[in-house]
Design a protein around this ligand. Structure first.
Ligand code: HEM
Ligand SMILES: *[C@@H]1O[C@H](CO)[C@@H](O)[C@H](O)[C@H]1NC(C)=O
Ligand SMILES: *[C@@H]1O[C@H](CO)[C@@H](O)[C@H](O)[C@H]1NC(C)=O
Length: 496
């Protein structure tokens, strides 16, 4: 217990004020994000569109002209907005957010329709400024042949056959991350971001000692700062610096590519860069740069948010933490007894079923990606409703994951519910269909490896932690979960 942190003091007041400020600026950025998203829209919302048949739009209200229901959405927790809508209108409804007419869908059947069976009718959609910053040729923005080719190259580097050989390297990154935590107050999310970044580097380049690594990191951080800023490209703005960093990143990647071309070693490169450079299907330097930056972007904050939530849920549920720790100690003991190789192996990570269920249940409850965006490329009929061409379509993952029909007592953190596999399209932490996450095996692997060392070596307590949730844009424990981790003493018994 830490009584000091329970009482209100000036520094916590200051912290609340700064949290509010951060929240307000995030809300502002989100408005801007939506505004930009919509300014891209063709005049799709113009009246008089000829539908092939007389179909009606899905139920729902469009709210006020122009602002639509933006205030209703952002005046409280977005979950409340979605849940209320779903209760009133059912699993498919229309709304209007800052100039964007959208259809939101929250049933497994509708998510399957949009993401899997009719994926060609719904293209990915992002604001132009984000596309420019990540790189126009990055995989997320593509549809059709170029997309299929890119995906093949990416998957080749992230399938189990490819990543099973990198377990020891990932473990080294995990140990380095954890080393400095003892007794220090750490921002869990920031630490997990560093971890996920370094694992991404290992999987892209095959190693993490790279001559340009520091430069690459610096550029990436500058890019990140500009990503959520106003897209005004004038000297002095964060956006301007980010665009500059973007150019530098492409330059660094080109240097790495050219030095690898010179090496021409016989060893097969199983990493992502190797896959991109493989003779027959080789990409151009620009395509490689856009997609490498894209993969780091897709890999880092997502994995770091999930890891942060796991630390929180384990802290909140001591009996589950105890069971996970026992499972991990078992893995450790087996290795010691069997005189096995000291570092973790792919086979070891398959002896962690309970830990895997904790990861799954965390991804369900926290649903860090509450929804994704698509845009109808033509008028589409679904269940007798019209989804007009140009409208945004949002599959609401979070609603699906919190539906009591699919998951009983949905707010309860209960990993045992994953002892039975979930029904198709009721559990979509990695999406589904043509754009589903190609990094999901790596994400699970790196989380298992970190949790192995975290639970066997460290203890942490949630007492005094003010619980709460922030969206920025991923769901995250308040302030990134600042915590104190301490090393367990070596003699400490498991029963203690
Ligand atoms: C727990 C961590 C992660 C979660 C929850 C997650 C979730 C997702 C989801 C839901 C999508 C699909 C988005 C959509 O359909 O619009 C996606 C796409 C993607 N993810 Fe992940 N992801 C994670 C980690 C990673 C990692 C480690 C990588 C690195 C390889 C990665 C690379 C990608 C890429 C490249 C795409 C775009 C695929 C495409 O458009 O074809 N993700 N991710
Ligand atoms: C999941 O719940 C939704 C309602 O939110 C329902 O429409 C759907 O049929 C359920 N699916 C399964 C597979 O239970
Ligand atoms: C993705 O959709 C297919 C086709 O409906 C289904 O068989 C599969 O189980 C879905 N995947 C997930 C993760 O639900």
């Amino acid at each position: 217990m830490d009584p000091a942190s329970a009482a209100m003091n000036p520094s916590s007041a200051a912290m609340i004020t700064s949290t509010l400020l951060v929240m307000l600026s995030l809300i502002f950025c989100f408005f801007l994000f939506l505004y930009l998203l919509c300014s891209l829209l063709p005049r799709a919302f113009a009246a008089g569109r000829a539908a092939p048949r007389k179909l009606s739009l899905p139920p729902g209200s469009m709210g006020w002209p122009y602002v639509g229901e933006t205030f209703q959405l952002y005046s409280n927790n977005p979950d409340t907005f979605f849940a209320l809508k779903q209760k009133r209108y059912g699993p498919i409804f229309k709304t209007h957010i800052l100039g964007c007419p959208c259809v939101m869908v929250s049933s497994p059947e509708a998510a399957r329709f949009v993401l899997v069976t009719r994926a060609h009718l719904f293209k990915p959609t992002f604001p132009a400024s984000k596309e420019r910053m990540l790189g126009r040729q990055a995989v997320f923005f593509q549809q059709g042949d170029y997309h299929a080719r890119l995906r093949r190259l990416i998957l080749r580097a992230f399938l189990p056959e490819a990543i099973r050989r990198s377990v020891a390297r990932i473990e080294a990154v995990a140990l380095r991350t954890l080393q400095s935590w003892d007794g220090r107050l750490v921002n869990t999310f920031q630490e997990m971001k560093t971890y996920a970044f370094n694992v991404a580097i290992v999987s892209i380049f095959g190693k993490d000692e790279l001559s340009y690594l520091e430069e690459l990191k610096q550029c990436y951080y500058t890019l990140e700062k500009g990503y959520n800023s106003m897209p005004i490209n004038l000297p002095g703005t964060l956006f301007f610096s980010a665009m500059k960093a973007r150019k530098q990143l492409a330059h660094i990647v080109a240097k790495i590519v050219s030095s690898r071309r010179k090496q021409r070693t016989n060893e097969a490169n199983n990493d992502l860069l190797g896959s991109f450079m493989e003779a027959q299907e080789a990409l151009s330097d620009d395509q490689i740069a856009d997609n490498m930056i894209g993969v780091i972007f897709a890999a880092r904050d997502t994995t770091a948010s999930v890891l942060t939530w796991i630390v929180k849920y384990l802290g909140d549920n001591p009996s589950i933490l105890q069971a996970v720790t026992e499972e991990q100690e078992e893995v450790m003991k087996k290795k010691e007894a069997g005189n096995e190789e000291k570092s973790l192996t792919w086979a070891d990570t398959k002896r962690m079923p309970l830990t895997l269920r904790v990861i799954q249940e965390t991804m369900r409850v926290a649903s860090i990606l509450s929804f994704t965006f698509r845009e109808a490329v033509e008028d589409v009929e679904y269940e007798g409703y019209l989804i007009p061409k140009g409208w945004k379509v949002l599959p609401l993952f979070r609603n699906i994951h919190h539906s009591p029909e699919n998951f009983s007592d949905p707010e309860k953190f209960d990993p045992s519910r994953f002892e039975a596999s979930p029904k198709p399209n009721t559990f979509l932490p990695f999406g589904n269909g043509t754009h589903a996450c190609p990094g999901n095996e790596l994400a699970k692997l790196e989380m298992l490896v970190l949790l192995h060392h975290l639970t066997t070596k460290y203890r942490w307590s949630m007492s005094g932690y003010e619980s709460g949730i922030q969206f920025g844009p991923f769901a995250l424990p308040l302030n990134g979960l600042p915590l104190r981790f301490s090393l367990k003493s070596p003699v400490e018994d498991r029963a203690a």
